[in-house]
Write a protein that binds this ligand. Structure first.
Ligand SMILES: Cc1cc2nc3c(=O)[nH]c(=O)nc-3n(C[C@H](O)[C@H](O)[C@H](O)COP(=O)(O)OP(=O)(O)OC[C@H]3O[C@@H](n4cnc5c(N)ncnc54)[C@H](O)[C@@H]3O)c2cc1C
Length: 287
């Protein structure tokens, strides 16, 4: 591995100042389960590595006064998987976290790392998208909050400026009213990256689908909300025909590639089947 300067901030301000001083030469290090491997493979060569795990304000899960839940960027996936708050309010996120790698990986890997690594196949990303998550970022210039879907700009790329870092994710209070699920289609049973990831969330009232969110992973350069598919079922008294139509729209919105894990055609077929299955399961429509 190349030589680099190593810094350890202990406050948010220190972290912001270090990033401001070194800009694109610097990279934040959290659990290192992506970054260290990328450095070993010489895909990334930061001259300055800023270790984020000693900043207390970056970690932890808290219910805010307004009922929203904040998850600090350096909260590990194991903490999210086992957190009573997340299990009770957003079991879909707890489940998605549990599908990442192994316990050893999840003890190191953080949710901020999963977001900022911006892999189209990141497992927590479709669930976070369907829950309507917001991302709070900070720099010496101040802070800003953006919808998570605006964070991803390309494979491995985010909207974060070189001097900015992710502080926390905020899941709005109303997301507790959603029923949600995540399907991870992979080649192996364990320790595998998703070939297709599908997150679905619905709010149902008296047979009507009041709200719906569908998010797709590993089938486009970024994880994204399949909004034209959502429009088919939102506000409707749902039946099998509408669900089929929504699944077909989601399929049409996906732009998968062929790679070692699966062909584009296989991925497209799985989007159709998993979106249909998810909507059927959550809306209890047979056929
Ligand atoms: C064996 C193995 C199996 C894996 N299996 C899976 C899997 O099944 N599913 C899956 O989704 N992933 C998987 N991964 C990938 C990885 O574990 C996750 O993406 C993890 O969440 C990354 O978190 P981290 O804390 O290790 O990030 P790091 O490696 O520390 O950082 C990742 C990137 O995010 C940036 N970053 C981190 N925190 C911040 C922040 N607060 N602000 C700004 N930038 C930040 C870093 O600069 C870096 O570019 C696997 C990795 C390994 C090694």
């Amino acid at each position: 591995m190349h030589r680099f300067e190593y810094l350890e901030p202990t406050t948010l301000d220190e972290c912001a100042q270090m990033l401001a001083a070194h800009q694109e030469k610097a990279r934040l290090l959290a659990g290192g389960t992506d970054l260290i491997i990328q450095m070993e493979q010489r895909k990334r060569k930061p001259e300055v590595v800023i270790y984020a795990m000693r900043v207390p304000e970056l970690s932890g899960i808290r219910v805010n006064a307004d009922g929203s839940v904040r998850i600090g960027a350096t909260t590990t996936l194991r903490e999210i998987e086992t957190s009573p708050v997340i299990k009770e309010k957003f079991p879909v996120l707890s489940y998605a976290a549990s599908t990442v790698g192994s316990v050893q990986i999840r003890n190191l890997a953080t949710i901020g790392g999963n977001v900022c690594n911006a892999s189209p196949a990141g497992d927590t990303l479709p669930p976070l998208l369907v829950l309507g998550t917001q991302a709070r970022m900070q720099s010496v210039r101040g802070e800003r909050v953006v919808p998570l879907e605006a964070v991803f700009t390309g494979p491995g790329q985010t909207c974060l400026a070189p001097d900015e870092f992710l502080v926390e994710l905020i899941i709005p209070a109303e997301a507790v009213n959603l029923s949600a699920l995540y399907y991870k289609q992979c080649v192996r049973q364990a320790m595998d990256i998703a070939v297709v990831g599908v997150g679905v969330a619905v709010k149902r009232h008296n047979g009507t689908c009041e709200d719906v969110r569908i998010a797709l992973g590993a089938v486009a350069p970024i994880p994204f909300r399949a909004k034209t598919a959502e429009e088919v079922v939102r506000g409707q008294e749902v039946n099998a025909r509408l669900i089929q139509q929504a699944a077909e729209r989601a399929q049409a919105e996906s732009r998968p590639i062929d790679d070692v894990r699966g062909s584009a055609a296989f991925r497209r077929e799985m989007v159709l089947r998993l979106v249909r299955r998810g909507l059927n399961q959550l809306l209890r429509v047979n056929g």
